[in-house]
Every structure is written in C-alpha cells, then in structure tokens.
Design a protein around this ligand. Structure first.
Ligand code: ZN
Length: 159
C-alpha cells in the first residue's frame, strides 16, 4: 500500500441527485463523448444524496483529486455543492443531506482508523497561504470545494 498523508474531502459541484457511476463515467469516459478521458477517476469514494457510500477506485491506486498530492491521498467526494436554484454561475452551497453528513462521518472515521497519520482536509485547504497568516482565507481559495470547512468539522475524528 502507498503512504497516505491526507484524506481529502471534495464535492462534485453538480446536481446533488447525481449518481456515483455518472461521476466516474464523466471522469474516465471518452473525450469524444464529452468526458475527461482520465485513466483514473477523481475519487476513491463518492457519497450519494441518500447516504450511499460507493467505492469507485481501489485505495492502493492513485485517483485524480488534487494535482500534485494524489500519490499520497485518498479522495472522498459528496454529490452536490452548488445552488441550482440561483442563476449561473451557480453559487457554492453546503447542501449535504443529513444522510450524506452521517455517511461522510462514518467513512472518514473508518479511513482515519486505517490511516491514523493521515490528515483530513478539504480540497480548498490545498490553496496557497498567500499572506502567510497560517490559514487559508476565503480570498485565497483556489476553489470552494468541498463547500464547508472539513478541517474544522472533522478535527475530532481520532484513529
Ligand atoms: Zn475538489
């Protein structure tokens, strides 16, 4: 098994009712069909709106979650994260369902048990700390993903 230094939380920034298989197809399907054509999907696990946890890629294989960090990451994603009721560009929103929140906590607790030294982070926590104040301020974020503060919410998960 490769060394896991971080467990990274993402959102799809898409429709909350999207299925894990559709997300994987979008990443790995042919470019001729409008997909990314990647050799590996973006995430190891996808948590659907009803709380279903779908294993989408083996943990010992590298997925495409955060450029430059994937060789030491497990990438976890929940479906949703944008407010489709608003005009485009859709603003980001933490619209996780209670079932998704519970499933994420369960999954992350399990992963932390297996990779005790790994840090649980949100995708946006990989942004550059431009003013070096030790935190990633909202204006420094490369993107909003996963649309909530994962480091704060999961700081009490112990191996
Ligand atoms: Zn992300």
């Amino acid at each position: 098994m490769r060394e896991i230094k971080q467990i990274v939380v993402h959102c799809t920034a898409g429709n909350q009712r999207q299925k894990a298989t559709d997300v994987v197809y979008f990443h790995t399907g042919p470019k001729s069909k409008g997909c990314y054509g990647w050799s590996a999907p973006g995430y190891h696990y996808i948590v659907e709106a009803d709380g279903t946890i779908v294993a989408t890629w083996p943990e010992d294989k590298i997925s495409n979650g955060v450029k430059g960090f994937d060789d030491t990451s497990i990438n976890v994603c929940w479906t949703g994260g944008i407010d489709l009721t608003k005009p485009k560009p859709y603003p980001s929103i933490d619209n996780r369902t209670p079932a998704q929140k519970a499933a994420l906590l369960k999954l992350l607790t399990e992963l932390k048990r297996r990779y005790p030294s790994a840090k649980i982070m949100g995708h946006r926590d990989f942004s550059e700390d431009k003013n070096h104040n030790g935190i990633i301020d909202p204006w420094e974020r490369i993107k909003d993903c996963p649309c909530f503060d994962a480091m704060v919410e999961y700081k009490n998960i112990r191996p």
